[in-house]
Design a protein around this ligand. Structure first.
Ligand code: ATP
Length: 520
């Protein structure tokens, strides 16, 4: 894996060789509600000792009922059961016949698959796990050694999907931060605290954040393991290893595609944010928490209270988003695009089956979140089209020839040689680009060819079975031969093969070879 401090343009389109015509494609925005998925975790060992009651029921994977424990003080305040409805309620409490059990793969199917499609299609997406301490947020996001969570499963499938796209060049970069006591800590750097700033489009970013280019999900996991060693955790009364900070893993995917239909290169850039929030429970002084835990608790509370306030504002006034105080906490500032902005976002609300107050608070929070509509659009940029590129190439070729003439006559040889060197480099980059275009187009045609061969095979076998009589002696030989002949006329391999050869010779001969020869 490669550490990148600054953004790099993808080879072969080098930053200084992209023609000036590169422009943004106008994009259609669509409204998309934040999706909320609730997950009920199983009882923990320490809870089993006190024979606790399960206060939660899930019906039809959408309806959730929270009933107060009649023997407790809540029963006086809430006589009736509280009902909620969400797009999906995942039951991980126990395996029973009436309610489907949701394991880690189910979470991946319900949440991860959509995220992957969004990323491949150029949308920003975000999944954030919310809930009280010990409700299963980290388990859902990261999982355990034997039960891998959403992050490893999504990363693995992301690379599988990207590699399947034969016509796409891609680059994947990751960064990993925690927000601890209102400070941003770079978990892949030296652990230094970093500043948050906004770019010209008013999108917040972390200044000087370490970013790594990765070639596999294994590399992401190695980076995450390093980052987790630095993450602030501590034992609390609710969780043996409680995350005392919010963590955000950002996976940035840049894809470059050549579109033969429009003769152009298109660049898609999408961010995938995987957020594990710190526990949302209330901290009260009488908890007897040591000072540092109390201080952490109040800072965690501050950011989550701000998050709650912003979500409420967005849910109540979807059309008046101008005065949303995102900058009141680092967490909400950094999640600005994910809540109310340009991102397809899912919240996984993790709940404990035994804690009425905290579960009620989480479900109310989740209800507000589900009312928020983000404005999403594909992050697509038109790089340049082939005709423009060839035109520019011709122009540069003329300059190159002029430069060579100048060189012959010039006395300040050094400058001219430098100029010549620059032009030759420029030309080389364009030859690279043409070769890449060529490769992509040929790959596409190869894929078409294989698909048509397969179609032919299927066609032949269905024709054969259609005319094959039950008994061999019933063969109508003439009729059979005729059908086979007709099927052979349907063959489309030859025209495709010809097209492939034409295209190859066209591109290579017309542009590449000629240009190489002229440049020498
Ligand atoms: N669905 C589940 N299946 C099995 N075990 C689970 C599940 N959810 C949570 N657990 C277990 O519950 C415990 C607490 O879970 P976890 O650490 O994920 O909570 P958390 O919400 O991230 O807490 P914190 O906010 O304190 O970090 C862990 O031991 C975890 O393995």
């Amino acid at each position: 894996m490669l550490k990148v401090n600054k953004r790099r343009a993808l080879s072969p389109v080098k930053a200084n060789t992209v023609p000036k015509q590169a422009s943004k494609i106008s994009q259609v925005q669509e409204d998309q509600s934040i999706k909320v998925v609730v997950r009920v975790r199983p009882l923990l060992e320490r809870e089993l000792e006190g024979s606790p009651k399960c206060l939660v029921e899930v019906d039809k994977e959408q309806l959730i009922t929270l009933t107060p424990d009649q023997s407790s003080a809540q029963a006086r305040k809430y006589r009736d059961a509280q009902n909620f409805k969400f797009s999906k309620c995942l039951w991980s409490y126990d395996r029973r016949a009436s309610t489907p059990f949701a394991d880690q793969d189910t979470v991946f199917t319900e949440v991860g698959l959509d995220m992957l499609d969004n990323t491949i299609n150029g949308f920003n997406s975000c999944v954030m796990a919310y809930g009280q301490t010990g409700s299963g947020k980290t388990f859902t996001m990261m999982g355990s050694k034997n039960e891998r969570g959403l992050i490893p499963l999504v990363c693995e499938s992301l690379f599988t999907k990207l590699k399947q796209q034969i016509d796409t060049k891609f680059e994947v970069k990751v960064s990993f931060i925690e927000i601890y006591q209102e400070n941003v800590v770079d978990l892949l750097g030296t652990g230094e605290k970093l500043r948050v700033r906004e770019n010209s489009n008013r999108v917040p970013f972390v200044e000087n954040l370490s970013e790594y280019t990765v070639g596999s999900s294994q590399e992401i996991m190695e980076l995450l393991a390093k980052g987790f060693d630095k993450r602030t955790t501590a034992e609390t009364h609710l969780n043996k290893q409680s995350s005392r900070s919010h963590s955000i893993l950002t996976v940035t995917v840049v894809q470059e595609q050549f579109d033969p239909d429009t003769n152009s290169f298109v660049k898609l850039k999408s961010n995938l944010k995987l957020v594990d929030l710190a526990g949302s429970e209330k901290f009260v002084a009488s908890d007897g928490l040591e000072k540092i835990r109390q201080q952490e608790g109040s800072k965690i509370n501050k950011s989550l209270v701000t998050l709650g306030r912003i979500l409420t504002l967005l849910a109540e006034s979807p059309k008046q988003r101008t005065v949303i105080p995102y900058r009141e906490s680092i967490l909400t500032w950094l999640l600005k695009d994910s809540i109310g902005g340009n991102s397809k976002t899912t919240m996984i609300a993790c709940i404990s089956p035994t804690d009425f107050d905290e579960t009620l608070s989480t479900l109310r929070f989740a209800t507000i979140t589900s009312k928020i509509e983000n404005k999403v659009k594909v992050n697509k940029e038109l790089q340049f089209d082939m005709d423009q590129m060839v035109g520019q190439f011709e122009l540069e070729k003329k300059k190159l020839l002029q430069c060579i003439t100048d060189l012959k006559e010039s006395s300040t040889e050094k400058d001219e040689v430098k100029k010549l060197e620059n032009y030759v480099n420029w030309q080389n980059n364009y030859i690279d680009t043409l070769a890449f275009t060529n490769k992509v187009t040929l790959k596409k045609l190869d894929a078409n060819l294989k698909a048509s061969q397969e179609r032919n095979r299927l066609l032949m076998s269905s024709l054969i079975s259609a005319v094959k009589p039950a008994e061999p002696e019933d063969y109508e030989f003439d009729e059979f031969e005729e059908i086979i002949k007709q099927a052979q006329y349907l063959d489309i391999e030859t025209p495709l093969e010809n097209l492939k050869n034409d295209l190859h010779s066209d591109l290579v001969k017309k542009y590449t070879l000629e240009l190489v020869e002229n440049a020498i």
